[in-house]
Design a protein around this ligand. Structure first.
Ligand code: GLC
Length: 741
């Protein structure tokens, strides 16, 4: 078969493959034809131009972070017309965005992808992803993403670098704040829901934007929980723990994927053909484009795997990196590399095809400019604030509630303490809009007042500073109950914010002890972007709420839960460790040949079993845990294999005095496998709302195929014995047995 025929066979196969994908809006075989038509008329320089996402700041005068109000330089617009850039990064505002696209269409005739990090905030600021994940609510994730998509367009972006799908097992890693937590299934469900919300059914409707699954892959396994650090792990662990969320993202039709900064088994992800071509494209069938992380191509020289920037460019594009973010290794070297034969024209063409495909899927050739009237009409700021409030209500997790301290008794006098309790700024998170003027913001104090609580605020302490015990005693004397803000500032989590200790900073425990000495009930509200180790606080406080970074309407959301206007809905998607020293700590660890044995003689665990001799081996609070304002009992737990599904069922009873919802979770353990398997793995969940005293049979169907695992690159579902738990979290529940034939 001649090359040409083979070539068209490949294109045809590609077209068929994408015709079935859920891209909506445009017929994929039309897209492939359009891509070839555009590609065929591009010069070498114009092809190279498509592979560069340049930094916007140098293109406006004066340079600033937010380019929406700035005047575009003529030299920049001339470069756009010439096709020097396939994309720019940053929030440009609609006017500048449209000016850029007009210049592009007047010149090279190819619109730009314009991307930025609307991770949990485009205008309205929602809770950070780790908080949002704790809602376990696919509808909420999708609604938040869809609202962010329209607001991103008003920011002058048609692409956002989210969802972050890094399974994070180590609380020391600051970026644990940006993802779904420690479980592959939950992280993947959240990512797929956000992709559906961002990209919509029809990505060409001018109200949706391109999503980006990042950071591909296993970034959360970096050595020591340190950002950007090396990752060494087996191919089986890669496939069983870290790849599943990306497979779910590709199946959801994600437009772009961002490889991670780090090296995987010695080869940086940015130049790792095994990851980018063998797995992402051939195994997973990804048909979109890859975008490097910030200057990650240039960083290959620092990794010591590229001799210089030209070598970095060659290795990255040959491995499957389509577009380079910010650094200009491609722009400066690809022409020479192609002429020297170190990069084939087909490799460059394929990268450009992937880029053009996304632009066609977004409908940019048909409507390069943002229709501000249409988008403005679609954005309802009040509805978005209500959504942000709902998201905050559903993201916070009630961890302790002794003697029904919560919900607050109507009319109770509340003393509110701590700097964060009255800080708008600290309701934000690691990827928030930093311009507070852009939206209304609600502190916890605002929320309590808005909910009619008789509250008196006294700062008394900051999270990292001195404690004014006299001020605390004076404030508490006048109150029936104390609410105090603890944790850490949002700046201490997120990118480049790994911590060597995750205990509460400063003198916070002195504030806790002072309140306790006054003999009044203490409600501790813990803020922060990571699980922190706070065993003493948990022991002394009467109630503990994990509020994370709850977003611009977070104060209202927390107050709604504290007064009982909203029930505590959230369930943890990470384990809360007792100390830094036990990190990484995650519920789904494999067992060992000497599982921990706890006995009366040693609550830390019997010697010569896999424990520490100075701390309990269990999580302070486990994955899946969260309290409500009522209680539930489980009975009649069963697992029944029916063809290609296992039907798990249990009778769940509301044993309390208030209506409430229970998140019923299914965990499974494969008792005998070719490799050691997790002690428990989440396989399904369902929320059920019950009136006091009501019992309902809850049924959760799990595909038999999902009980398999990868071993030496092959996915196997083996007959054998399994144990399951139908429970309220990953540490509880009665074990039931079933077998697969
Ligand atoms: C950052 C982050 C990535 C982000 C990108 C663009 O370094 O690693 O998550 O999307 O650069 O800001």
């Amino acid at each position: 078969m001649t090359n040409k025929v083979l070539y068209f066979v490949c294109v045809a196969v590609l077209a068929v493959q994408f015709a079935s994908a859920a891209f909506g809006g445009v017929r994929q075989d039309d897209v492939e034809q359009s891509v070839e038509t555009v590609l065929s008329r591009l010069t070498l320089e114009q092809k190279i131009g498509q592979t560069w996402q340049c930094l916007g700041r140098e293109m406006v005068e004066p340079a600033s972070g937010d380019m929406s109000g700035e005047k575009l330089k003529e030299s920049f617009l001339a470069g756009v017309r010439a096709g020097r850039y396939g994309s720019v990064i940053g929030k440009w505002g609609v006017e500048n965005y449209n000016a850029i696209q007009r210049a592009a269409m007047e010149g090279v005739g190819i619109p730009l992808l314009i991307g930025s990090d609307m991770i949990h905030s485009a205008v309205t600021t929602y809770p950070i992803p780790l908080a949002l994940a704790c809602s376990w609510d696919e509808s909420l994730w999708e609604r938040v993403a869809e609202a962010m998509a329209a607001e991103s367009l008003l920011q002058g972006c048609n692409w956002t670098f989210t969802p972050m799908l890094d399974v994070a097992l180590d609380a020391r890693w600051g970026r644990i704040a940006e993802g779904g937590g420690c479980d592959p299934l939950l992280t993947g469900l959240m990512g797929a829901a956000m992709i559906r919300g961002l990209q919509g059914e029809d990505m060409t409707d001018g109200l949706h934007i391109a999503a980006c699954a990042k950071h591909y892959v296993c970034y959360g396994a970096s050595l020591g929980g340190r950002d950007y650090n090396a990752v060494e792990l087996s191919d089986d662990t890669l496939r069983n723990t870290y790849l599943p969320p990306f497979k779910m993202a590709v199946d959801a039709g994600v437009a772009t994927v961002m490889p991670a900064f780090h090296s995987y088994n010695g080869v940086p992800c940015s130049m790792n053909a095994y990851l980018l071509r063998d797995i992402l494209r051939r195994e997973m069938g990804f048909g979109g484009m890859t975008i490097s992380d910030w200057e990650a191509v240039k960083e290959l020289v620092k990794h010591g795997t590229a001799a210089d920037e030209a070598d970095a460019a060659a290795q990255a594009i040959n491995a499957g990196m389509d577009m380079e973010m910010v650094s200009s290794c491609y722009a400066k070297n690809l022409a020479t590399l192609v002429k020297e034969g170190r990069v084939s024209m087909k490799t460059l063409d394929d990268a450009v095809r992937n880029i053009l495909r996304v632009k066609f899927r977004l409908g940019l050739f048909d409507h390069p400019e943002i229709d501000k009237t249409k988008v403005t009409a679609a954005v309802d700021p009040a509805a978005n604030r209500a959504l942000a409030r709902e998201a905050a209500q559903k993201s916070i997790v009630l961890l302790k509630n002794e003697a029904d301290t919560l919900p607050l008794t109507s009319g109770a006098k509340v003393a509110l303490l701590g700097d964060v309790a009255a800080s708008e700024w600290q309701m934000l998170g690691c990827w928030s809009t930093k311009d507070l003027s852009k939206f209304e913001n609600a502190t916890l104090l605002d929320g309590l007042k808005a909910d009619g609580v008789d509250v008196v605020y006294t700062e008394a302490y900051t999270l990292t500073g001195r404690v004014d015990t006299v001020a605390i005693e004076r404030a508490v004397a006048e109150a029936d109950v104390v609410i105090a803000a603890f944790g850490d500032y949002w700046e201490k989590s997120g990118e480049g914010a790994s911590s060597s200790k995750i205990e509460l900073p400063g003198e916070q425990l002195e504030a806790v002890r002072t309140v306790k000495a006054c003999g009044k009930p203490l409600v501790a509200v813990v803020f922060g972007g990571r699980p922190m180790a706070f065993p003493v606080l948990a022991e002394l406080a009467d109630a503990v709420v994990m509020a994370w970074n709850p977003g611009g309407c977070g104060g209202w959301g927390i107050a709604d839960v504290l007064i009982g206007a909203a029930e505590p809905w959230g369930r943890l998607t990470v384990d809360i460790p007792r100390t830094t020293g036990v990190c990484p700590l995650f519920y789904s660890q494999t067992t060992t040949g000497r599982p921990v044995v706890i006995d009366k003689s040693n609550p830390f665990g019997r010697r010569f079993t896999s424990c520490y001799n100075d701390v309990e081996p269990s999580a302070l609070y486990p994955f899946g845990f969260g309290l409500g304002y009522t209680t539930f009992a489980y009975s009649g737990e069963r697992a029944e294999v029916c063809g290609d599904v296992v039907v798990f069922s249990a009778d769940v009873t509301n044993t309390g005095s208030r209506k409430g919802s229970e998140l019923v979770q299914v965990y499974v353990r494969d008792e005998v496998a070719k490799i050691a398997r997790p002690r428990r793995e989440l396989k399904g969940f369902k929320r059920v709302e019950l009136e006091p005293g009501e019992t309902r049979q809850v049924e959760i169907k799990v595909p038999v195929n999902s009980l398999g695992y990868f071993v030496q690159g092959r996915y196997v579902v083996e007959p054998g014995r399994f144990t399951a738990w139908i429970a309220s979290d990953s540490d509880h529940g009665r074990a039931i047995r079933f077998s697969i034939k």
